[in-house]
Design a protein around this ligand. Structure first.
Ligand code: URP
Ligand code: ZN
Ligand code: ZN
Ligand code: ZN
Length: 467
C-alpha cells in the first residue's frame, strides 16, 4: 500500500530555486512538485495534507560533523545517538555524519563496528560515518580502500592532539596518497599541535590556567600554518582536502589562495565561530569553559572574513562539530588547568536557526542558507541528491520552517543532553515547525512524534563536489 502526503502552499527553497509549490510525497520519497493552485497540484490526493501557507518548505539539514558519545579527555560527549539525533530533528536536521574513531593499535574496522553498535537502533534521523584515522600503517591504508567501497568515504586526520589523534606529516601524506587512489576525502583538523603543546606548557608554568588561555595558546597563526601545510601535502599527493572547523581569517586566506590556484580544497566553518568569540572564553567564574573547543573561538574581527568566505564559496559548508560536555562534572574537569577542559560545544539543534538568522541579518541569501547547510554537505560527502534537496526521487526529508516565529535559545527549552546553551538568551527569528524524515513525521507542529530506530545507517558515495 502506498502512503502519500502532500505539503501545500509553502515557499519551496533549495540551493538553486525558490518556488511557490506543492510537494507530493509517496513511499518516503519526493514524488513530484507542482506550482501551488495549478490543476496539476490540485489533482493530487493524499492520506495526509500539511498546510505550509506562509512557511518555507526546505530540505532537512545535513550536519556533516557531529560527535555523539565521543570519548575525549577522560569523559564522553554527553549526547548519545538517541538524544543527539532527537535534538537534531528538533532543529531541522535530518541527516548527521558522525565520526567513528580508530584507537591507536586497533583497526579501522574495530572502530567502525563499535560506532555502528552505538548508533544502531537509536537514531531518530538517518546517519552516516566518517572515520577518524589515528594510526596510519600498511593495514590501515588497505582498510581505507575497503571502507570507501562500503560507504565510509571520508577520513579525518589530526595535526593537533599529539599522543591522542595526532598524525605526523608522513602519516598524513600516506593517507592522502591513498585517498588520491581510492576516492576518499581527507578531512583535516588543521592546528600545529606540537607547537601548541609547547605554548600550553609555558602558559601553565606562568600560572595562566583560566579558560581564556585556551584561546591564546591555540594561535590563529598555528591554524593558518597547519592549513597551509595540509594544502601543500594534499597538492603533493594529488588528493582533495576538506579542512574542518575553520575559525581563523588567516586560514580562510590560505584556502582562498589554494582555490584560486584551482585546487580541490574545501573549508567548513561552524556557527560558534560565526556568532561567538574570545569574549565568551573570557567570561568569569569558569563560565568561559563552556566555550572551549578546538580550533578555538577567535576575536570578533575574524567573523567578517568567515561570512565573506561563505559568500565567495571559499568556505562551502557549515557543520556544528556538535560535541557537548556538561558544565557540571565535565567542563569542570579543567578548573585550575584549561588544558584539561574537554574540547567541544553543543549545537546540533541550533545550526539551521542560526543560519536562518544570518539570512535575516543579511549575511547570506536564503538559497545560500540551504546550500551551505543541506545541499553542499550532501554533495561533499556523497549523499546527493538522496539528501540535501527537494526534487523528485530524493528522500522526503523535509522541514516546514516558520520564518517569522521568534524564539529565545536556552538550555531550559533545548533538547540536547547538556546543561547549558552556548547561545543562552539569544533571540532569533525563525523556527522549525514540522519535520519529515523519509516521509515520516518526526516533529509535528513542535511536538516530537519520531522514534529511536527510525533513522537508518546511510552509506555514502565518494565526494561529488570535485572540480
Ligand atoms: O573541540 C572540538 N572540536 N571537539 C571535537 C573534536 C574535534 O576536534 O573535532
Ligand atoms: Zn577537530
Ligand atoms: Zn577566491
Ligand atoms: Zn569535530
Amino acid at each position: 500500500m502506498s502512503s502519500r502526503t502532500v505539503i501545500r502552499g509553502g515557499l519551496v527553497i533549495t540551493a538553486s530555486d525558490e518556488i511557490h509549490a506543492d510537494v507530493l510525497i509517496e513511499d518516503g520519497r519526493i514524488a513530484a512538485l507542482a506550482a501551488s493552485g495549478t490543476p496539476a497540484a490540485e489533482a493530487w490526493t493524499a492520506e495526509r495534507t500539511i498546510d505550509a501557507t506562509g512557511k518555507y518548505v526546505i530540505p532537512g539539514g545535513v550536519d556533516a560533523h557531529t560527535h555523539m558519545e565521543l570519548p575525549f579527555g577522560g569523559t564522553f560527549a554527553s549526547d548519545t545517538f538517541e538524544t543527539g539525533t532527537r535534538a537534531a530533528a528538533w532543529g531541522g536536521t535530518t541527516t548527521i555524519v558522525d565520526f567513528a574513531v580508530q584507537t591507536v593499535g586497533r583497526s579501522l574496522r574495530e572502530g567502525l563496528d563499535a560506532w555502528n553498535a552505538k548508533a544502531d537502533g537509536k537514531c531518530a534521523i538517518d546517519y552516516g560515518f566518517h572515520m577518524i584515522v589515528s594510526d596510519v600503517n600498511q593495514e590501515t591504508l588497505k582498510e581505507m580502500d575497503l571502507l570507501v567501497e562500503e560507504g565510509v568515504t571520508s577520513f579525518k586526520q589530526f595535526m593537533a592532539y599529539p599522543g591522542v589523534f595526532y598524525s605526523d606529516d608522513g602519516q598524513i601524506l600516506r593517507a592522502m596518497q591513498r585517498s588520491a587512489e581510492n576516492g576518499g576525502l581527507i578531512m583535516m583538523h588543521a592546528e600545529n599541535g606540537i607547537a601548541i603543546d609547547v605554548l600550553v606548557e609555558q602558559a601553565l608554568a606562568r600560572g595562566e590556567t583560566d579558560p581564556r588561555y585556551h584561546g591564546e595558546v591555540r594561535k590563529a597563526l598555528l591554524e593558518a600554518e597547519a592549513t597551509h601545510r595540509a594544502i601543500k601535502l594534499a597538492q603533493v599527493a594529488g588528493a582533495p582536502l576538506y579542512v574542518v572547523h575553520v575559525s581563523a581569517m588567516e586560514a580562510v586566506a590560505e584556502l582562498a589562495r589554494a582555490r584560486d590556484e584551482g585546487l580541490n580544497v574545501f573549508g567548513e566553518t561552524c556557527p560558534q565561530y560565526l556568532f561567538l568569540s574570545t569574549d565568551n572564553l573570557a567570561e568569569p567564574d569558569f563560565e568561559g569553559s563552556k566555550y572551549v573547543c578546538s580550533t578555538p573561538l577567535r576575536p570578533k574581527e575574524h567573523q567578517k572574513y568567515l561570512w565573506r568566505g561563505l559568500r565567495t564559496n571559499d568556505l562551502q559548508v557549515v557543520s556544528t562539530d556538535h560535541c557537548p560536555f556538561c558544565f557540571v562534572g565535565q567542563k569542570e574537569l579543567g578548573r585550575g588547568d584549561f588544558s584539561k577542559i574537554p574540547n567541544g560545544l553543543p549545537g546540533v539543534e541550533n545550526r539551521m536557526d542560526l543560519l536562518h538568522q544570518a539570512v535575516v541579518d543579511g549575511h547570506i541569501t536564503r538559497r545560500r542558507w540551504i546550500e551551505i547547510a543541506c545541499a553542499t554537505p550532501a554533495r561533499m560527502f556523497g549523499l546527493y541528491p538522496k539528501k540535501g534537496t527537494i526534487a523528485p526521487g530524493a528522500d522526503a526529508d523535509v522541514v516546514i520552517y516558520d520564518p517569522g516565529a521568534e524564539q529565545v535559545m536556552s538550555a531550559d527549552t533545548h533538547h540536547m543532553n547538556v546543561d547549558y546553551s552556548a547561545y543562552e538568551g539569544k533571540s532569533v527569528t525563525g523556527r522549525v515547525e514540522t519535520v519529515l524524515s523519509r516521509g515520516e513525521l518526526v516533529i509535528t507542529e513542535r511536538e516530537f512524534t519520531g522514534r529511536a530506530g527510525h533513522g537508518v545507517y546511510t552509506p555514502r558515495s565518494t565526494c561529488q563536489y570535485l572540480n
